[in-house]
Ligand binder design. Structure first.
Ligand code: SF4
Ligand code: SF4
Ligand code: SF4
Ligand code: FES
Length: 574
């Protein structure tokens, strides 16, 4: 251990620790911008400078290792003056746009400008005049606001292995750009939105579509029907001042009714339905010799990666649409008929943790209902903004139930929100279908947790099924490369594009650290435990839809409405 003194406080930290890490152990806060707790050290913004006794030059705390007997001062007038100057320089070419910015009140640069009371900037103010990029339906880029920290580059290359972003030119002309400086849509970007979470400022964000929702609500001839994805509830409270997981589901539903939604249904219903379709698809492939391993198909960022980088393995993907798109196809057919509502009047809105879902709903094949199946995708962050605008007090709001026929769900659907959840839900059902025995303990602990790759073996009446789970696309690639090489031992692989699964999706409340993802995962399993029914095939509304409408898993109607196909993507950048 190394002994150091920081602002007069003595501490001992492991060898190799930075000043920043050492300061954290004693609660001394040093400002940062390029530093990200879960990423490699960058050391390019210099806002973390400190005085080290015996050194003439200030040291950047995030990159400077401690040594025995080191004495550091983090708050001297010289340090404060240097940090102010660095902030003024950054702000001298930064748009003065906080009031209109997507990160207003949630921006690391804005927070530091406030904390260091930046008022009159002595440097001349001139932005770089770079064009915004609205080429994708999921994300926008505003490069004028980029502070060149490079956290997005690491998220895209190391965590997601997509390499859609890079640094172009040097010095004053340096810019973070999509591949070759093209628009994002022409790069290999899979629209996962992980760069949004990494970005400290408003240089990357989701394409906001709240106005479309408000227009639909205001139209008396439109029936607005929402679905809520499994991962949204645990995180939506964070947007309105509650703790993670603290928004009860019935209060969330009541909040949606308050803002004028006509019918509130649940993606969890089609998550349960997915298990019936996908579970039977897996059993059919195992029995009849279809392409194995079979890959799950719920995560559109993952589908984009597969279509872009592994077009030779598209036949291994389950043909099941994602729960969002199954819901869209059913709400304008089955549900419209049962509710005696003209499907042409239904405006189908998904509340999703995901930016790639905005792209998914616009795919040309997603119109099997005879209409566009999902009209609009709103992220958790956007619905949070709408809730804040509406001024609802969620501590006082009385709860409300979901509407009928596509609102019932089980614990198996709830866990779709976490990495490993689809696999666990499938195993709960497949086990009972194959063995004919009741599964007494439904908890498959081995599938749970945030670790990048998990694997398990399940004995189904003498047939051992090997499964694997990956979250984050760099982890997915490891499994995919094995499959491509013919060395994969697995029968079934769950892949979620985002770290931790949908709870860490690109549309969730800004999530800087993995510890927050773990907190949300824990809340998912608390909700699962609290459900009276925890196996998808026991969902009464799922049973009803098979009796009345679909008739059997993988049947004719299911094939038409619930299954899809995939198309190799040819990207300019590849
Ligand atoms: S990125 Fe931050 S500092 Fe810049 S305009 Fe947006 S809120 Fe303000
Ligand atoms: S959305 Fe995902 S793939 Fe696209 S640039 Fe951001 S991190 Fe990379
Ligand atoms: S876009 Fe955001 S994360 Fe990427 S370099 Fe710029 S400021 Fe940093
Ligand atoms: S936070 Fe230390 S150099 Fe940027």
């Amino acid at each position: 251990m190394i002994n150091v003194t920081i602002d007069g406080i003595k501490t001992s930290v492991p060898e190799g620790s930075s000043i920043l890490k050492a300061a954290e152990t004693i609660g001394v806060k040093i400002p940062t911008l390029c530093n990200h707790p879960d990423q490699a050290v960058k050391g390019n913004c210099r806002v973390c400078v400190c005085e080290v006794e015996g050194n003439r030059l200030l040291a950047a705390a995030c990159v400077s290792p401690v040594y025995e007997g080191m004495t550091v001062k983090t708050r001297t007038p010289k340090v404060v003056e240097a940090r102010k100057t660095i902030l003024e320089l950054i702000l001298s070419n930064h748009p003065q746009d906080c009031l209109n910015c997507i990160r207003n009140q949630n921006c690391e640069l804005q927070t530091l400008a406030e904390e260091y009371f930046i008022r009159d900037n002595p440097f001349s103010m001139k932005t770089r005049g770079l064009a915004k990029d609205y080429s994708t339906p999921s994300l926008f880029r505003d490069p004028d606001k980029c502070i060149l920290c490079r956290r997005c580059i690491e998220a895209c290359s190391v965590i997601q292995s997509v390499n859609a972003l890079g640094l172009q030119q040097r010095g004053h002309h340096a810019m973070v750009v999509p591949t070759m400086g093209w628009d994002l849509i022409d790069s290999p970007c899979v629209m996962c939105g992980q760069c949004i979470h990494a970005c400290p400022v408003g240089a990357i964000g989701e394409v906001e579509e709240i106005d479309k929702l408000l227009a639909a609500i205001a139209d008396p001839d439109t029936v607005v029907v929402t679905q809520i994805a499994p991962a949204v509830r645990v995180a939506i409270g964070e947007e309105v001042g509650l703790a993670t997981g603290d928004m009860p589901m019935d209060v969330f539903v009541a909040g949606l009714r308050q803002i004028g939604i006509d019918f509130v249904l649940h993606t969890n219903f089609t998550a349960d339905l997915t298990i019936l379709e996908e579970g039977n698809e897996l059993l059919k492939r195992l029995k009849e010799g279809g392409n194995l391993p079979m890959f799950t198909s719920c995560s559109p960022g993952w589908i984009n990666l597969c279509e872009t980088f592994y077009p030779d393995l598209l036949d291994n993907l389950s043909t099941c649409k994602s729960p969002q798109q199954m819901f869209g196809a059913l709400v304008k057919t089955y549900w419209a008929e049962k509710s005696s509502i003209d499907p042409a009047k239904i405006y189908s809105v998904s509340i999703m943790p995901c930016t790639a879902k905005k792209y998914e709903c616009s795919r040309p094949e997603m119109n099997d209902s005879g209409f566009r199946d999902v009209d609009l995708v709103i992220t958790t962050r956007e619905i949070g903004r709408l809730f804040r605008m509406s001024g609802i007090d969620f501590n006082k709001l009385a709860g409300s139930n979901f509407d009928s026929w596509m609102g019932a769900y089980t614990g198996a659907a709830v866990i779709f929100g976490a990495s490993g959840g689809v696999m666990e839900a499938a195993l709960r059902t497949v086990y009972e279908v194959v063995t004919g025995q009741t599964l007494e303990n439904v908890n498959f602990e081995v599938t749970r947790g945030i670790q990048g790759i998990k694997e398990a073996e399940v004995d189904l009446n003498g047939t051992v099924v090997k499964v694997a789970i990956a979250n984050g696309l760099a982890n997915a690639r490891q499994l995919m490369d094995e499959v491509r090489a013919g060395t994969s031992p697995y029968h079934f692989i769950e892949i979620m594009a985002c770290p931790g699964g949908c709870i860490g999706g690109g549309g969730q409340p800004i999530t800087k650290i993995n510890a927050k993802r773990v907190e949300r995962i824990n809340q998912i399993y608390v909700e699962d435990e609290a459900c009276q029914i925890r196996k998808s095939h026991e969902n009464p509304e799922v049973k009803a839809i098979y009796e009345e409408f679909l008739h059997e898993p993988l049947g004719h109607q299911s094939h038409h409405l619930l299954h899809t196909h995939y198309t190799p993507k040819s990207k300019k950048a590849l």
